[in-house]
Structures are given as structure tokens and as C-alpha cells.
Write a protein that binds this ligand. Structure first.
Ligand SMILES: Cc1cc2nc3c(=O)[nH]c(=O)nc-3n(C[C@H](O)[C@H](O)[C@H](O)COP(=O)(O)OP(=O)(O)OC[C@H]3O[C@@H](n4cnc5c(N)ncnc54)[C@H](O)[C@@H]3O)c2cc1C
Ligand code: FES
Length: 261
């Protein structure tokens, strides 16, 4: 099935929308961290597809939920789509986060719409972990109540101090580690690139394991055009190579991520 029928498309806070598609095949196949590539405009030559993380699925109802922020033309048009309209969907694309092992303590670190990408992971995790969320300010604090409802320990940081700790989300890591002595930590993250690189450096310095989703601008979404490349470590003279974030990612282990320059 190519098309997903829109069952809901609602603004829930500031520029953020929740859209629910009826698409039983994607609902059954999707894993945490994968994305759906949405053709927003019917005249396909006028607009490339836009990638969005799969926020949630309901296999019985055959639904796939995406949470998106209106930032430009494509997302603005998407926000104008009505219930009953259809979108051409390519999915479930990309790799996924690893499952949380029963002996691990998961710590999710997200920024902005990144909170959408890790929800299935938290929902399926055998262990209730910590969810650290960072945003510029209150208007970008989203989905934290859903992690609270899963009984995860939720901590928030905002740049302007309007909610939670004033500062960076990575400032919260030390406190979580201190509160959970002796645990085997595993980090999972999605958010702005600078946040992910800062997190990667912290985890590498402290020899901690983690997986991050590198949400690079995409074109084909299926590994054919190389528009989405990111640098990963490689055993060659320059010490890095380009990896296609759409097909080899978007999820990478922090040990793979090249932070040389
Ligand atoms: C794997 C993946 C998962 C994503 N998941 C989500 C999600 O769950 N929810 C969500 O709201 N967005 C998500 N995005 C980002 C989303 O794809 C872009 O916001 C969207 O394509 C912008 O389209 P537009 O036409 O509205 O904006 P454009 O007019 O194309 O761009 C407007 C602004 O958004 C910026 N932008 C465009 N693409 C990206 C991107 N990939 N990352 C960051 N900034 C971008 C541009 O630099 C520009 O400043 C994801 C991106 C990727 C690659
Ligand atoms: S977007 Fe074309 S190869 Fe990744």
C-alpha cells in the first residue's frame, strides 16, 4: 500500500502538530528510530518528500503517528491537510535503535522534535529509565507528559530557564548517573546536531555506550543519491568516510560518529 489516509492532523502546541495515518503495513513493520518519507504535494515535481520519525504505532488499529513542527513550506502544507486526505508514504525507512536489554538502564536525551523519535523505544523498554529533554524555552517543551505517563523519570532543561534546569540538556547527565549508582547505562538520543556531538564527546570521554539519530536533510531517503551523508570513523588514511544517514542510519553508535572536525 502506497498511500496513508489521514485520520487526525491537529496542532497540539505552538508550531507542533500530531498527524495520524491509517497504514497497517507501516504500523506493523516500524521500529523505534525509523522514519517515514512523506510526499506532501500531489504535484511530485514541485516538492521532494519530507522525512519524519515514526513517533508511535498501533498495530491493531493500523495507525502510524508522526509529530512535526512547522518550519517551512512542506510542513506548512502538511499542517493544512484534512482528515480523509491521503499522503504517499515511503516507510519504514532507515535502521533503528537497539532494543533496551533487561540489565541496562536507558537514558534518553532529546531536543525539540527529537522527543518524537524515541517514544516507541521508551514504550517497549523492559526498564523504566530517565528521559532528559532540552529545548530553547517552554513553547518547545513537547511530549514530556507522555514519557511521564510511561513512568520514566523526566528531567527538563531550557535555555531560557522557563521550564526545569536553565542550561543545556547535557548538564543533566551527571545528576542521573549520580542518582543511579551501579547501573549499566545505555544512552539513546535525537535532537539538534550540536547537542548530539556534545553528547557523543561526553559519552566517549566517560566510556559510556550510546546511540544517536543523525537527522540530516534528505532527498531520496533510500540510499540512492548521497544527499544525506554524515562522517563516520573509518579505517583509512583520513580516518573517516561518508555514510548515508537515510540507509546506514539515521541511528549510529557514538563510537561510529566522526568528531575529528
Ligand atoms: C530522519 C529524520 C527524521 C525527522 N523527524 C522529524 C520529526 O519527527 N518531526 C519534525 O518536525 N521534523 C523531523 N525531521 C525534520 C523534517 O524533515 C524537516 O523539518 C522538514 O523536512 C522541513 O521541511 P519544510 O519543507 O517544512 O522546510 P524547508 O523549507 O525544507 O526548511 C525550513 C527549515 O527547516 C530546516 N530543516 C530542513 N530539514 C531539516 C532537518 N532534516 N533537520 C533539521 N532542520 C531541517 C531547514 O534548514 C530550514 O531552516 C526529521 C528529519 C530527518 C532527516
Ligand atoms: S537521502 Fe538519498 S542517499 Fe540518503
Amino acid at each position: 500500500m502506497k498511500f496513508g489516509t489521514i485520520l487526525k492532523n491537529e496542532n497540539f502546541k505552538s508550531d507542533y502538530y500530531e498527524i495520524v495515518f491509517y497504514h497497517p503495513e507501516i504500523a506493523a513493520a516500524a521500529r523505534a528510530g525509523q522514519f517515514v518519507h512523506v510526499q506532501i504535494d500531489e504535484i511530485s515535481s514541485r516538492m521532494l518528500r519530507r522525512p519524519f520519525s515514526i513517533h508511535d504505532t498501533d498495530i491493531e488499529k493500523g495507525t502510524v503517528t508522526v509529530v512535526y513542527k512547522v518550519v517551512g513550506d512542506g510542513t506548512k502544507r502538511l499542517s493544512g491537510k484534512k482528515v480523509g486526505e491521503c499522503c504517499d508514504l515511503l516507510s519504514a525507512l532507515g535502521n533503528s535503535y537497539s532494543d533496551v536489554a533487561p540489565d541496562e538502564y536507558p537514558i534518553i536525551i532529546d531536543g525539540g522534535y527529537g522527543a518524537a523519535a524515541t517514544y516507541i523505544l521508551a514504550k517497549n523498554s523492559p526498564v523504566k529509565g530517565s528521559f532528559l529533554f532540552g529545548a530553547r524555552g517552554e513553547r518547545d517543551v513537547i511530549l514530556t507528559e507522555k514519557y511521564q505517563a510511561l513512568n520514566w523519570d523526566v528531567k527538563i532543561a531550557t535555555n531560557d530557564g522557563s521550564v526545569g534546569h536553565q542550561g543545556l540538556v547535557t548538564d543533566l547527565i551527571a545528576k542521573v548517573i549520580e542518582e543511579n549508582p551501579g547501573k549499566k547505562f545505555k544512552f539513546f538520543a535525537c535532537g539538534p546536531h550540536p547537542m548530539l556531538i556534545a553528547l557523543t564527546k561526553i559519552l566517549m570521554q566517560q566510556n559510556l555506550d550510546g546511540e544517536i539519530s543523525l537527522d540530516h536533510v534528505m532527498c531520496c531517503g533510500i540510499g540512492a543519491c548521497f544527499a544525506c551523508v554524515v562522517k563516520v570513523n573509518a579505517d583509512n588514511e583520513q580516518k573517516w568516510r561518508y555514510a548515508r544517514s537515510c540507509s546506514e542510519g539515521p541511528v549510529f553508535n557514538v563510537k561510529e560518529v566522526y568528531i575529528g572536525d
